[in-house]
Design a protein around this ligand. Structure first.
Ligand code: CP
Length: 307
């Protein structure tokens, strides 16, 4: 694969191979990681990030890459330089991989049409459209916990309409033909276009028989009109994942959250820190999944140039 823009560019076999490679990295001692020295990776984040940016940086360093970061607010874009010219500049300096987070839906897809041939793009989240590496690390965490995609039920709860994580997860569930995906939330936050799964506004119905309960942050910054707003007290009352509501799911259901979490809003601490929680495992797996994805992109480019 030349770019990594979203999960629907992958086949089921591609996804499972990346999961296997990521789990392999997790079991390897650090000194046995392959080194791709000479490859330069640039991070450009137009939106804030804790997990994604740091784990891409760590993944790249684990593989021996040279890592650069450009703060868009301090770049020459502020002097009117076009992104296309900036990409030419990055490629001229030898940057091979550019990891970008952008507030606009489809920004990376559009840039991939205009970027120089030598530059490979990696989507670290664009608007409300896609967050493919998050979906990949989420599925990795489920498979690591012995869940079989075709047989499992995922319950995704909360502000689904405004979530790029929810969009990529739906696409990945479609690729893997996941047994069941319940999209649960108040009407105002259910997706207008369902990619995969079914919707319900009943938390109890949606969580029934769930193997995984994943809840989402309330994304206030993406609300564009009054229709998008939902009373937080009502939300908490009806959709928060607490020890009481978690009991609607299977007794050993995994609790997941892509982060950042708002404790006491969409999830209670007793659940987030409880024995069923895999939230920090998701963070840990993010490094290994990003290593697997970066390696795959590097191998694609090496094969092209080596014939
Ligand atoms: N899950 C996620 O994208 O977190 P960050 O915004 O901290 O990168």
């Amino acid at each position: 694969m030349k770019h990594f823009l979203d999960v629907d560019q992958l086949s089921s076999a591609n996804v499972l191979a990346l999961v296997e490679r990521a789990l392999g990295f997790k079991n390897l001692p650090h000194h046995d990681y392959p080194k791709y020295s000479g490859v330069v990776l640039l991070q450009v984040f137009y939106e804030n990030s804790t997990r994604t940016q740091l784990s891409f940086e760590l993944a790249a360093k684990n593989l021996g890459l040279t890592v650069l970061s450009l703060d868009p607010k301090r770049s020459s874009e502020s002097k009117g330089e076009a992104m296309q010219d900036m990409c030419q500049t990055f490629a001229a300096m030898g940057v091979q991989l550019m990891v970008m987070r952008h507030p606009e839906d489809g920004a990376l897809q559009a840039l991939s049409q205009a970027a120089p041939d030598a530059l490979q793009l990696v989507n670290a989240g664009d608007g409300m459209y896609a967050h493919p590496t998050q979906a990949m690390l989420d599925i990795m965490t489920m498979i690591e916990n012995k869940l079989v995609p075709r047989d499992m039920k995922i319950a995704l709860v909360g502000n689904i309409r405004h979530s790029r994580v929810a969009q990529s997860l739906q696409r990945l569930c479609r690729v893997l033909d996941v047994g069941e995906l319940a999209l649960i939330g108040p009407e105002a936050w259910l997706p207008k276009n369902i990619i995969y799964g079914h919707t319900t506004s009943s938390l109890q119905d949606g969580l029934k028989n769930a193997d995984v309960v994943m809840t989402l942050r309330v994304q206030h910054e993406r609300f564009s009109k009054d229709d998008d707003v939902c009373d937080l007290a009502m939300y908490r009352e009806n959709y928060a994942i607490t020890s009481n509501t978690l009991a609607y799911a299977k007794p050993d259901a995994l609790v997941m959250h892509p982060g950042p979490m708002n404790r006491g809003v969409e999830i209670d601490s007793e659940v987030a820190d409880g024995p069923q929680s895999r939230i920090l495992k998701q963070v840990q797996n993010g490094v290994f999944m990003r290593m697997a994805i970066l390696e795959r992109l590097i191998q694609y480019q090496n094969l092209r140039y080596d014939g």
